[in-house]
Ligand binder design. Structure first.
Ligand code: ZN
Ligand code: CU
Length: 500
């Protein structure tokens, strides 16, 4: 580089964590256009100079588990994401995808009741739409098996005909060609759950190949049947010859607490025989889903609960009920008492009044399990944030800062370089996001500057719409999208294609 040249941006004197898990080192980062061009001691001046002394500098966080498929189009500034340092959002999780268009839209109206976007054609069309909208973060997409099954055969519980299976396979092939990073299932949800193991293997096989995608799964059971569900996920990956990502790994329901030791052992065993299986997690003891899913899984029945485990009315908090905001913030137990009915009766009354668009927060996990999963080397971070109205689960705003504040700094569950690797370099490699997730010359300038002594989540179950503290700046493709907890309004993101 000739002397006298200038960079667009130089972030000077921070402790740089390169995303590989290596310890931080004091260095400058030089950016020109969308890419990092220098790393070390940078003598060139930048048109913008940022004094990062006393701050950490890391690659932007990759949220491997999101449900922002429509949010990035309807609300392209996605403040809940970029304000917590997320620079790449992996959408299409839990079997809910954007293809075929109509079936996808039906599912996402549960999150965005009034959404009415202009249709797109296939995953190619979706990624092109993302490119033209230009959200504030980058977007990678998974092929949602549930939406495809609905598109091919409605809500039927039977096996698909050969023709229906061919339609689904064709959608998968189109997704793979368009650059989708993998295929997801949501096996507690209708109609994803009606697919038997072999049907899933048939679809996942389409992802096989040196540069094919991965299989991400919200497993059939995260409760009494957790271990069999892990075995099924591994079998699908192994028989299809495709890497596996177990979504939001947990043991759900009191009587299953502690079982993550066994599920993590199954994962270690599979890895030892060469299966590429990893997981992701949001660092909370409560999950979030639709009330319809709680009921479809018989969660209030002690004798036969499904994939969520057995729940009490007090474990289930109404987080979003657009037609009846007066129910938000109440538990099903409270409503049952108010109405003088039993737990299932109250839940049914809410469902009748609100339908599919009722979202709940479910307190189902043990803190010790949360820590055990987080400490395990195969765990990445995925928010599972659901951008609903009302009071969404606080993970939507706080997930990544909570890992770095509560679990790294305070509880010391894992070291800072390791935690950052699990949010950056590790997911970039697994999801084949080329030139993302690490700080080195040539990589895209997706960067987060934060104070490791102050970073914290502020979002709570009752006040979830709060950005974290301690994040000084966030850059996407070289442009600042957030400074000191405020969105800059910039929208430099784009659709990412697997391996490109
Ligand atoms: Zn899920
Ligand atoms: Cu999810």
């Amino acid at each position: 580089m000739a002397t006298g040249e200038r960079f667009d941006l130089v972030i000077r004197g921070g402790t740089v964590f390169d995303g590989t898990g290596a310890p931080g080192l004091r260095a400058d980062v030089g950016v020109r256009g969308e890419r990092i061009v220098a790393f070390g001691t940078v003598t060139h001046r930048g048109d913008v100079e940022v004094d990062a002394r006393g701050f950490a500098v890391a690659p932007g966080f990759i949220d491997v588990h999101s449900h922002d498929d429509y949010a990035v189009i309807l609300e392209p500034e996605v403040p809940f994401k970029v304000l917590q340092g997320v620079t790449t959002d992996v959408v299409g999780n839990c079997g809910s995808g954007v293809v075929p268009f109509e079936a996808g839209l039906v599912r996402f109206r549960r999150l965005h009741p009034d959404a009415d976007p202009t249709p797109w054609e296939g995953f190619k069309g979706y990624l092109e739409r993302v490119d033209s909208v230009r959200p504030s973060c980058n977007v990678a997409v998974l092929i949602g098996q549930g939406s495809m099954r609905r598109g091919a055969m409605g809500n039927d519980t039977r096996e698909p005909t050969a023709a229906e299976l061919d339609r689904m396979k064709a959608w998968v092939r189109e997704g793979v060609a368009a650059g989708a990073v993998g295929l997801s299932t949501g096996l507690i949800y209708e109609p994803s759950r009606y697919a038997k193991t072999d049907e899933i293997i048939t679809l996942v096989r389409e992802l096989r190949g040196p540069s094919g995608g991965l299989y991400a799964t919200h497993m059939r059971n995260e409760a009494d049947g957790l271990l069999d569900a892990v075995r099924e996920a591994i079998r699908i990956g192994e028989e299809a010859g495709v890497p596996v990502q177990i979504s939001h790994h947990k043991a759900s329901g009191r009587r299953n607490w502690g079982r993550v030791r066994d599920s993590l052992a199954l994962i270690d065993e599979a890895r030892a025989r060469g299966v590429d299986v990893t997981t992701d997690q949001y660092p909370y003891t409560a999950g979030s889903t639709t009330l319809a899913a709680v009921m479809q899984n018989n969660s209030f029945r002690a004798d036969s609960p499904g994939g969520l485990g057995q729940l009490e009315g007090g474990d289930v908090l109404i987080s979003s009920s657009p037609k009846h905001p007066e129910w938000e913030g109440r538990t099903v137990a409270t409503l049952a008492t108010n109405w003088g009915v039993d737990t299932e009766g109250a839940a049914q009354r809410v469902l009748d009044g609100e339908g599919d668009a009722c979202w709940v927060v479910v307190f189902t996990m043990d803190e010790r399990d949360v820590k055990a999963v987080l400490a395990h080397p195969t765990t990445m971070i995925g928010s599972d944030g659901v951008p609903t109205g009302g009071n969404p689960h606080p993970r939507l705003y706080g997930c990544f800062a909570r890992v770095l504040g509560r679990y790294v700094r305070e509880e010391k569950v894992l070291e800072l370089p390791t935690a950052l690797h699990r949010m950056t370099g590790m997911p970039a490699a697994k999801f084949q996001l080329l030139d993302r997730g690490t700080i080195r010359p040539g990589a895209y300038a997706d960067l987060v500057v934060f104070d490791p002594a102050r970073i914290d989540d502020a979002a709570t179950y009752t006040e979830p719409r709060q950005a974290p503290t301690g994040i000084r700046a966030v850059y996407v493709n070289g442009a600042a999208v957030a400074r000191d907890g405020r969105h800059t309004g910039a929208r430099p993101g784009r659709g990412l294609r697997r391996g490109r």
